[in-house]
Design a protein around this ligand. Sequence first.
Ligand code: PLP
Length: 399
Amino acid sequence: MELDDFKTMNMEYVFNTYGRAPIMLVEGTGCRVRDSLGREYLDFVAGLAACPLGHGHPRLAAAIAEQAGKLIHVSNLFHIEPQILLAKLLTENSFANKAFFCNSGAEANEGAIKLARKYFHDRGQHERYHIVTMENSFHGRTLATLAATGQTKYRNGFEPHMPGFSHVPFGDLTALQNAVSERTAAVLIEPIQGEGGVRVPPDRYLAQVKELCNRMGCLLMFDEVQTGMGRTGKLFAYEHFDVEPDVMTLAKGIAGGVPMGALLATDEVAAAFVPGTHASTFGGNPLSCAAALAVVREILSDGFLEKVQRRGDYLRSKLEHLAERRDIIAEVRGVGLMQAIDLKVLGADFSIKMRDAGVLVNCTSETVLRFLPPLIVTEDEIDEMVAVLESILNTEGGA
Ligand code: PLP
């Protein structure tokens, strides 16, 4: 069958929920993917940050194949060896004492929202169920996480919204102070906003948020679905800010592209979930956990995160250098290998032109080109991406 046949079938048989690029990716190695016509692309999307080890990684592929040959799924009615080992690894390397596994970022955040409600319910504080989140945030597409998401464009049409959520500007401590009350169960926040345009908080902001949560007796929950798993050069982004949350959610990169989400919490908070309060058929199954174990071990291996930091600094300096020469770039933002340029014009056309030139990048928040390469990206690959970016900006007369 030809590509056009697949496009026609896609329109006929698949829900029309995505604005898809007119190509079909069929294989990949490292930071490169190939389409069904044999064209190669340098991948700075990495499955929307879900492929930290890139494509065709031998140890990840072997771990998945080995586990698939043994046991793919059993259900949480039984003990699951790779799930237990993964929970141990994640908690030993974070603030958390316990982990719960699910299948996506939205599901992890849904679990976090339930956990915060249950934690205060158990303490007799039944009115304490409100969650404060940030404007421009993104937490997922389920009804609760849509209500948490601080962008009306995603919520429109799905009214009535779940009650108990309010949104304040990211980085504005006074607004948060005014929003948090004795009815607030938790503040839910991305340490660095991703879909909202790669926005890094002001200095000390997250520490002040933590102090406020402590003072008001509510929980601090970090959504590290995008920032976690080494993306920023630390295993978790909160480590950059020296602030530990009570609850953290993960997904995207955790299992290298195999669907998985995770909810991590301190012992005290995790104790609010007991048998019967939360569950998932597939969550933490042997296959996804074997994949995640391979990914986390790789990220924690000697020198891996240091290299991510160096590559992140390199990408950043290249983008800053470009911004000095190209007036069309309003700002360069990001940490580690989560970087972006904010343009003075809409960005979608640039990402299409880059794709045509053989480089995949994502446009988010209308004017923002976001760079989320696999964490194994090399300096040469960064140079290649920046050269294409520069040539595309040149054609737009952006000097
Ligand atoms: N939270 C953040 C910060 C995200 O960036 C995303 C997805 O982009 C989600 C949650 C939702 O994750 P998923 O699409 O796996 O449900």
